[in-house]
Design a protein around this ligand. Sequence first.
Ligand code: 2AM
Length: 171
Amino acid sequence: MRLFIAIRLDDNIKRALIDAQYELRQRSLKGRFTNINNMHLTLAFIGEYNEPEKVLETMDKIQCEPFSLTLGGYIGNFGNLLWAGIEKEPRLEALVKQLRHFLSTEQIPFDRKSFNPHITLIRNAIGSKEFADIEVHKASMTVGSFSLMRSNFGRHGAVYTEIGSVELSQT
Ligand code: 2AM
């Protein structure tokens, strides 16, 4: 099964992202817009791996307090993938660092590319390159848990489902 670890987003953040997608559409951007149900912040991409319980047990080793996640207010891109940025948050960086450490020690495979926190808005974008001036509402949420997600390819594109989640707790 295809697995990844992510932070699920609340409705307030999703509304701001939907508004940003609306602005992109207004500028005649075309491509695969992320469906509202699929919006998330990826922490680690595992890929094909058939031991979800082992991944959840590994996630459980992490010690991290709840923290705020705030949209950065801007849109960036990796080639033709457009994303919403988020504000720098040391506890998010620390969470990902621990996650990578424990995944490594448990020999769970993951994509080791450097962590560039982003929320994908559109893939395979074609059209106007002028999105840098779009202002995204700096919506905020408290992150109290993170989730192990499964990705399945359906007729209408990827469907992400939560397999389980781990709560962050005050130390
Ligand atoms: P994204 O975080 O840029 O949106 C499931 O495929 C999720 O894992 C997607 O959100 C995807 O991209 C993210 N992801 C991160 N690294 C990936 C990789 N090497 N291959 C596929 N998806 C990856």
